[in-house]
Design a protein around this ligand. Sequence first.
Ligand code: SF4
Length: 183
Amino acid sequence: MYGKALPIVDTLGAPAASSTAATHTKHASFEYLTTRKDELVGWARKFSLFPYPFVTACCAMEFMAVSASAYDTDRFGAALPRFSPRQADLLMVVGTVTQKQAPILLKVYEQMCEPKWVMAFGVCATSGGFYQNYASLPGIDRIIPVDVYVPGCPPRPEMVIDGILQLQEKIANGKHHIVNESF
Ligand code: SF4
């Protein structure tokens, strides 16, 4: 019968809710594409971290150690430090942060483009460490969000690498909006 649409029926012969089925199929395909997109973008982002080292104190020595060839953070795609926040996506806060430095740290964080992540490198950045006084910030999470905390005074390079790996896992399992809020 040319020109005449046949009614869609289900296996029992009842008319099927064609528009609902079509909508479900559309949603399923969209969900599948969104999941695959998140996996792909997460994989790319986790292996292309550009750290910005915000270095203030003695943890700097450990940062230099972990950045040296012996530990080879290039294996994780996180070896090249950028000294402009606009070119970085991983803010590594290395050392004690004082109340006076806090607004500067916040400005650096705000200048970084999305997506961005933050590592608290060492116990001072994590909680203020043993500096329980009015001049030190008791943890950088008082002013900026932190994705991964690396303990230790100072942390060993292996602990920093472990922090990088945990951050990579978080990035890989996250949602990655690249077009708008829904995709
Ligand atoms: S955690 Fe220890 S090594 Fe690192 S900045 Fe604080 S006092 Fe220095």
